[in-house]
Unconditional design. Sequence first.
Length: 260
Amino acid sequence: MNARAESLEAACDLRFGQVGIACVRLRRVDAAALVEELERRVRSAPQMFARAAVVLDLSHLPKLPDDGMVDALLEAIRSAGMLPVGLAYGTSETEALAERMGLPLIAKFRAQYEPAQGEAAAATPAVPAAARTPEPARAAAPTHDTDAAASSTAQHHSGSTVRSGQQVYARDRDLVVTAGVANGAEVIADGSIHIYGSLRGRAMAGAQGDETARIFCSDFRAELVAIAGHYRVFEDIPKEFEGQSVQCWLDSGKLMIARL
């Protein structure tokens, strides 16, 4: 190998991996309403949404906007304090639009947000693809065998705490964390998440849209929990859950939390 080839090889290291990207699923074309809604989200949880990377999903609109309107929508996202990084993969028309505008297509969002057959696009305000914050669960949670859920195929993270800025991702399986998850750290799984230490950072289960996934934690102090895109951000942990063993699950699209 000549010196020039060696120099090029050492210039960088390019790899693909799981990254934390939010999805803005548009329900109607209204740039002003989009700015207002996203600004509200940023104000409510700046540590989560300020300068967050987001993908614009146009698949639920009755027709694809023209290039000028898409540009206005992207600018609306920037004005709200978020950073649009591409379009969610959809039809061939979406692909052509992304190519014209010099934007990447993010394919990972297709399965999670693709509407069911016959589902009509609702004319509701544009919001990120996540549920509105529900009230804490008061009723007893459904019974669930945590040992059975943490199957032998689960990915295990043991030993050191998941540090701030670190991300652990279990693809196509559950994630079992025997240490703690620090503030600013993320644990993500396509299946359920079991944390046998303190959860102070973010836990996101059902990352590819599995609404049956759950989160189990023995010391709950989370910044955020999410299941299949439905999330809840915590500025202050409710007293009945702080430091307690809890489980999180979805019930008719609402993220529920209850003590174990």
